[in-house]
Design a protein around this ligand. Structure first.
Ligand SMILES: [Fe+2]
Ligand SMILES: [Fe+2]
Length: 179
């Protein structure tokens, strides 16, 4: 990750990338409602990114980081919430996949909005937790080692490819349709 030194910076960069894809999805969903056309290729790519990157690569490394502060009673309920929201987000990705399959533009818009709203709030909580607790309590090397252990070398390669896919998804929304 260019420009990132602390392991938590990589997670923050991933949050930015996920946000940008969600913004593109919401713009595309609005366009689908207005123009009555669901772009199957766009949604196939967006869903591939969400399933492989947000809900797999990112969550796996993040949950390994959560494990390092699992004994901290002050944040136990926050960690439970965040883990539950990872599962909830996967459910919303599944719902989105179903309505994309049905070419139902209005339901796609609603599902994309629900997912973006959940992840926006979720990521704000995580960023605060990273700053307030993890950066202060866990040495950088331990964070980095936990994140590396959580995923395979193959997963790392897939993640880099999915980052390229994210840029493609974002670029697929024309400027006139972007939020
Ligand atoms: Fe998360
Ligand atoms: Fe996250």
């Amino acid at each position: 990750m260019v420009g990132s030194t602390h392991p938590l910076d990589a997670l923050r960069d991933e949050h930015d990338r996920i946000f940008r894809v969600l913004t593109a999805m919401r713009a595309e969903a609005q366009s689908a409602v207005v123009h009555g056309r669901v772009d199957a290729d766009f949604w196939s790519d967006a869903l591939r990114f969400l399933a492989g990157y947000a809900a797999h690569w990112h969550d796996a490394r993040e949950e390994a980081v959560f494990d390092l502060v699992a004994e901290n009673d002050e944040i136990a309920s926050t960690l439970r919430l965040l883990r539950a929201e990872h599962i909830q987000a996967r459910g919303l990705v599944h719902e989105l996949r179903v309505v994309v399959g049905a070419r139902d533009a209005r339901s796609i818009e609603l599902a994309a909005h629900a997912l973006a709203a959940l992840l926006h709030r979720h990521i704000l909580i995580e960023e605060e937790l990273f700053q307030r607790v993890l950066r202060r309590q866990i040495p950088e090397a331990r964070l980095g080692a936990a994140m590396r252990r959580a995923v395979s070398d193959e997963a790392e390669c897939r993640a880099r490819a999915l980052e390229e896919l994210a840029e493609h998804v974002i670029a697929s929304v024309s400027p006139s349709r972007a939020c």
